[in-house]
Design a protein around this ligand. Structure first.
Ligand SMILES: [Zn+2]
Length: 205
């Protein structure tokens, strides 16, 4: 293979995507190059638009159009639709839970875990979670972090951050496979983990 910088760079970038290694990255790049007008051109345009217009909400962590207020989680407006909030690590976890139809309530997306590499605690939106719980008089905070050491450390840290709030804090049932990430669970496992969640702050009602 000749060394063409542009191609090498593209392969390197694509192989950073989840589930892709250098081999599949090469196949993708070839596919792109062979379909310049159908794939590369619209993709470059769409990527630029997403970069420019889409960002994470600094309060609830969901994805939103940068120019408008976040409305998905009612995180700015005081319109109390639900009394539960489910805390997840990533947006893909929220999507899995929504798809399974087992939960109706607000979401709060941390954007990682406390011990993830390069993750700063202050970026995890834990302060804004505590503010939302108190402001919206949330009755139950469901911690749906992964059954990994990082996920459980994060859950413990959040529980501690909420110790002065009145909300009940619950955690998904231990039926989660060890190391299990929420987004990779099937609906049945997710359902029983939700159904059998347990209270972890004894002082709440
Ligand atoms: Zn928001």
């Amino acid at each position: 293979m000749q060394n063409i910088n542009e191609i090498e760079n593209l392969i390197k970038l694509i192989s950073k995507l989840p589930g892709l290694g250098p081999k599949s990255a090469k196949r993708i790049v070839l596919k792109l190059i062979n379909n310049r007008d159908e794939l590369i051109k619209p993709m470059a345009k769409t990527l630029a638009e997403v970069y420019k217009n889409i960002s994470r909400c600094r309060i609830c962590g969901t994805l939103k159009v940068s120019s408008i207020e976040c409305s998905y989680n009612d995180c700015k407006i005081l319109e109390k639709k639900y009394d539960k909030i489910c805390v997840v690590e990533n947006i893909s976890d929220q999507w899995s839970i929504e798809d399974s139809n087992i939960y109706k309530g607000y979401f709060h997306i941390l954007g990682g875990t406390i011990s993830s590499v390069g993750q700063r605690k202050e970026d995890l939106l834990i302060n804004s979670l505590v503010e939302r719980v108190n402001r919206d008089k949330i009755e139950e905070v469901i911690l749906a972090t992964s059954a990994t050491v990082e996920g459980q450390t994060t859950a413990y840290y959040i529980q501690d951050s909420l110790k002065n709030s009145k909300a009940k804090v619950t955690k998904l049932a231990q039926g989660l496979p060890v190391g299990g990430e929420i987004e990779s669970l099937d609906d049945g496992t997710l359902f029983s983990a939700f159904k059998n969640r347990s209270k972890i702050n004894p002082n709440s009602k």
